[in-house]
Design a binder for this molecule. Structure first.
Ligand code: GLU
Length: 285
């Protein structure tokens, strides 16, 4: 039909950290993102943790993804070049009075929580819910040894409730979190680690918006962090994408694959003569 517009699909991304070789689980995540994005698929290298990231792993990511048959626009966004954008987002939250410096070490937090038994503590996306020891410290007192935390109660007082839509098979539907759920289930998370000046949560939110991502596809292990990401989007006046949390690929024992499981590395399958089509079949794609 002359002039008919093809409806445009979502813009998706695959956002690996170059801390080890890609394995089958990454191949699944990348292929799902590329399939959902159908031609509007982007790549982002999540390399804020410079102590764990390696150039050779990054090179291997590009080689593995090309071998799988994926294409993406250049230049690829790399988080290590985006520290200014993260700082700007933090100062915006600071101006709103929503963050405070925290000097607690893990041991201080454990001691303050003094769990009656191991494993009994409520866990948020980053581990035990922070007990608030440093809450209320002024930003003017922040030093280089401090992390910066979000004051969840203050943040939720501005926002009311947090809502997002998941289109994936695991968590399909609309998800809403109340102020109480955010305080009890997420708490005062770290938005800037003292060693890197940012955090996974802050960077992913700033960068998904900067890349114009409209559907975030990623593993169901990150589902618990999504409500926090949506809250940050609202506070920073960024659009909230839809989400598509997919299943995790597990080994024969049912354990989730990790980067250290070299036996499942894509490069290894490739070296042993597997084709990209074999990988897709193995993953049920
Ligand atoms: N960089 C994260 C990882 O490698 C993925 C982040 C995301 O998809 O939001 O697990």
């Amino acid at each position: 039909m002359p002039g008919a517009m093809r409806p445009e699909g979502p813009v998706t991304r695959f956002a690996p950290s170059p801390t080890g070789p890609l394995h089958l689980g990454h191949a699944y995540a990348a292929l799902v993102a590329a399939q959902r994005g159908a031609g509007r698929f982007l790549l982002r290298i999540e390399d804020i943790d410079q102590s764990r990231c390696r150039a050779e792993y990054e090179a291997q990511i590009y080689a593995d993804l090309r071998w799988l048959g994926l294409n993406w626009p250049e230049p690829v966004m790399r988080q290590s070049t985006r520290l200014g954008a993260y700082r700007a987002a933090l100062s915006r939250l600071a101006d709103m009075g929503l963050i405070y410096p925290c000097r607690c070490r893990r041991a201080d937090i454990r001691a303050a929580l003094s769990a009656p038994q191991e494993g009994a503590l409520p866990e948020g996306p980053d581990g035990p819910i922070y007990p608030g020891l440093c809450r209320g410290r002024a930003m003017a007192a922040a030093g280089p040894e401090d992390a910066l935390r979000l004051d969840m109660a203050e943040a939720m007082a501005r926002v009311g409730a947090v809502r997002f839509v998941d289109l994936g098979p695991e968590h399909n539907g609309t998800h809403e979190s109340t102020t109480a759920e955010m305080i009890d289930g997420v708490g005062d998370v770290v938005l800037a680690r003292r060693d890197m000046g940012t955090s996974y949560h802050l960077s992913v939110v700033v960068d998904d918006a900067a890349q114009g991502i409209t559907e975030v596809t990623r593993g169901a292990d990150l589902f618990a962090a999504t409500k926090l990401h949506v809250l940050l989007q609202i506070l920073l006046e960024l659009p909230t994408p839809t989400y598509y949390h997919h299943k995790l690929i597990r080994d024969d024992a049912g354990k989730r694959l990790a980067k250290r499981d070299d036996a499942r590395a894509l490069a290894r399958y490739r070296a042993e003569g597997a084709s990209p089509q074999d990988i897709r079949l193995m993953l049920g794609l």
